[in-house]
Design a protein around this ligand. Sequence first.
Ligand code: CP3
Length: 344
Amino acid sequence: MNDVFLRACRKMEVPYTPVWYMRQAGRYQPEYRTIREKYSFFDISRHPEICARVTRLPVEQLGVDAAILFADIMTPLKARGLDVRIVEGTGPVLAHPVSQAADMAKLAELVPDRDVPYVMESIALLNRQLDVPLIGFAGAPFTLASYLIEGGPSKNYHKTKGFMFSRPDDWKALMLDLSEMTIRYLTAQIKAGAQSVQVFDSWVGAVGAEDYRKSIAPFMKKIFAELKKTGAVSIYFAAGAGHLLEEWNKLPVDVLSIDWRTPFSSVRSRGITKAVQGNLDPSLLLAPLPLLKERAKQLIDQTGGDPGFIFNLGHGLFPEVRPESLKALTDFVHQYSKTLKKQV
Ligand code: CP3
């Protein structure tokens, strides 16, 4: 078992910098597109053999140090009975957006073994097949709430934040419901065999630090405290949320995932002590190979052999990326960081 990724999450010495990519399974892969011609997005998750195959594709093709379960942040909400569709080029869209906490209270709470047995089966299957750790995942309450309230993707999250500011009791009830669901879902994933879990709070960067502390952090604290009891490694990700790092550092989470707007060199000087994951700008994958490698080199140099560093992108891969560039980047990070570690 290659445990370099888990060691780095725990800030232990590693022989080289581990690498994995957010959205490493997806439409940039010809094999994925072929599978999608036959199966809808949610159909893939519901067939453990196919789900495991899609999850393994990037591990086999790129040589990354971790696999991430193929699913979506909306998977548990769909399983609870919400009418969610994944619209190509847009993302999740709801037939009936949530306008009050009572809309959610109508739904039964998530019982993972009953409602998403296929997720647990896929994890168990992957556990037997993989020689790298498996990352389970879920959406964070704010990011899930944004899809529920806006009814789909949003640019400014006015409706979501308007809800948060004008109806604090309803907001609390909604966040409590989603936190409880996230804890149940992730605990079940860990029990099924995921050695680590990432909580995607992709859009929480839209909130200022003061409001985050007041209206969101208490729920995140509860989620990570529950996950800590399992012994699995936890990772917290958002895009454009550098202003929240000090708040995040207080949470009982192991790894903070940052994007390219926050330079790695500033993280330690700001007193952030946790392991850090990130943060290459994914658009660089469209740049000529020498520039891509140069920028990866600069990032690794900035980390200066810090053992608590996991190489990733600042946000997910996208369909226009060439698999060859990604393979070259993965090989480069492994090789270059190995030579640096030898010098230390
Ligand atoms: O990382 C992986 O390889 C695991 C799979 C994964 C998917 N979604 C598969 C997917 C993960 C971890 C997610 C999480 C997710 N889903 C997030 C958090 C990560 C982030 O990027 O911020 C968010 C915000 C969503 C919501 C969502 N689902 C979006 C924005 C999209 C893309 C819409 C589009 O067409 O560009 C989806 C659909 C989706 N989820 C696809 C994949 C591979 C593509 C749709 C398809 O195959 O038809």
